[in-house]
Design a binder for this molecule. Structure first.
Ligand code: ATP
Ligand code: MG
Length: 195
């Protein structure tokens, strides 16, 4: 059992690195962004609510987000360890996460933060927007998402530094080089974890 958070600004590469981590460590990937986009594509009630926030670059309310996560954690595939991608994004979500894990007799074992500057993030998101068709990858919404990131999500970096679980990794360079830094850290972390 090994639970990890991959942390970082919009466009920092959380999804890409999560896939590599999932392959290598056999963890279950929970991407809140993908989960919500799937609901939007299927036109569900939840999708409609989610879209009203996402298209403006705002966060989905904490109570709703926590309920979604709680249901995801009840799935059998989540029992052997999860990589949380896009969650938590606020301090209340982080508090809720540790409670949800404790309730299931487990805990968060580490947080990997992908660190890079806003200029690079904006470049990447604008490029992605040209192909992804995502309603939030346009210059105006990107600006809002970065603002929300700095005011509401970035304080979590401090939060996880203070509890000793944060490891920052440089988010520049090739996917393989970044993953190699992550792997060095995770191998050390795993070696200290009773399985
Ligand atoms: P990355 O490119 O690093 O994968 P991202 O910010 O582009 O990250 P997602 O994680 O896919 O994108 O999230 C897209 C949107 O979904 C967010 O901007 C937000 O509106 C909503 N969302 C996702 N996770 C949460 C959450 N934990 N709390 C509130 N809203 C969320
Ligand atoms: Mg993503």
């Amino acid at each position: 059992m090994f639970n990890l958070v991959i942390f970082g600004a919009p466009g920092s590469g959380k999804g890409t690195q999560s896939e590599k981590i999932t392959e290598t460590y056999g963890l279950h990937h929970i991407s809140t962004g993908e989960l919500l986009r799937d609901q939007i594509a299927r036109g569900t009630e939840l999708g409609k609510i989610a879209d009203s926030f996402i298209s403006k670059g705002q966060l989905i309310p904490d109570d709703l987000m926590v309920r979604i996560l709680d249901a995801e954690l009840d799935k059998p595939e989540a029992k052997h360890g999860v990589i949380f991608d896009g969650f938590p994004r606020t301090i209340p979500q982080a508090d809720a996460l540790s409670k949800m894990l404790a309730k299931r007799g487990t805990a968060l074992h580490g947080v990997v933060g992908l660190e890079l500057e806003d200029d690079e993030l904006i470049d990447r998101l604008v490029k992605r927007g040209k192909e992804s068709g995502r309603s939030d990858d346009n210059p105006e919404t990107i600006k809002e998402r970065l603002k929300v990131y700095h005011t509401t999500t970035q304080p979590l970096r401090e939060y996880y530094i203070n509890d000793g679980s944060y490891k920052g990794v440089r988010g520049h360079g090739s996917v393989e080089d970044i993953f190699s830094s992550i792997r060095t850290h995770l191998d050390a972390l795993k070696a200290n974890e009773p399985i």
